[in-house]
Design a protein around this ligand. Structure first.
Ligand code: MN
Length: 255
């Protein structure tokens, strides 16, 4: 078993160069050594980008904790973006719409070689971007306006609506999402989807209800396990304290 001295030397030299570069940065002490282990190339950058959270990571405490929010946005959502960009790099001639919601709305346009990758990671990017937008600090309460009236008319009462929505989240086996959707005919529906599927996806057998999402709740364990462990019901109950009803109303009433 011969080792590879040239490779090792090259590896050492690249680490030395990296250490030199780091030590030139302001605020970096010279005592820190570069991390051991393989040098992982950075993921391809663009065309898709992770947007910032619309509020600080701790803004939804104590309902959604800062540690979970930071990892969920900075690691999980970032990974969907990175893996979507890898699909672009692999099959650049596909019609990659810059809006991930449009991208996943017709997966038949995407070539077989990257379709699953686009479904999972384009879906993940679209779903999480939407999820952050319908959460807000100092939110929750009852929806007013046209959405509140429509929910009462369609589900009997707001508590009944909450009960139905929670049931959709609780009964989604494994990983997925619960949704409130405005269907083509303008009526509201509650549904759930597996994995990173969504009501934006048309022509997908696993998606029972298509339309315009008004609310979404991520019920993957990564969304709640650090704070709630296996208690998905407690996480869903906490969700009602951080729902951005003003944004939901805007989505419901816009064209
Ligand atoms: Mn998630």
């Amino acid at each position: 078993m011969n080792s590879h001295p040239r490779l090792s030397r090259r590896h050492f030299l690249s680490l030395s160069a990296a250490a030199t570069a780091v030590s030139l940065l302001p605020g970096c002490g010279t005592t820190e050594k570069p991390a051991a282990g393989p040098v992982v190339p950075p993921p391809p950058s663009g065309p898709y980008q992770l947007g910032p959270l619309p509020y600080p990571v701790a803004a939804l405490e104590p309902h959604f904790d800062a540690q979970t929010m930071g990892i969920h946005h900075g690691k999980h959502h970032q990974a969907y973006v990175d893996n979507l960009n890898k699909a672009v790099a692999m099959a650049p001639n596909n019609p990659f719409n810059p809006d991930p919601r449009v991208l996943v709305s017709d997966l038949s346009k995407i070539s077989d070689s990257v379709r699953a990758q686009v479904r999972n990671n384009g879906g993940g990017h679209a779903n999480h971007t939407f999820f952050w937008s319908i959460l807000a600090p100092a939110a929750g309460g009852d929806p007013a306006g046209k959405l509140g009236a429509a929910l009462e008319a369609q589900f009997g009462s707001l508590p009944k609506f909450r009960q139905e929505f929670a049931k959709a989240g609780m009964t989604r086996f494994g990983s997925g999402w619960a949704w409130l959707v405005r269907k083509e005919d303008g009526s509201l529906a509650i549904t759930s989807t597996p994995n990173q599927d969504s009501p934006w996806m048309r022509g997908v057998p696993e998606v029972a209800v298509t339309g315009k999402p008004i609310l979404a709740l991520d019920v993957w364990e990564h969304a709640y396990y650090l704070k709630y462990q296996n208690r998905r019901a407690d996480y869903i109950a906490a969700f009602w304290n951080v729902v951005n009803w003003a944004e939901a109303e805007r989505l419901f009433t816009e064209a």
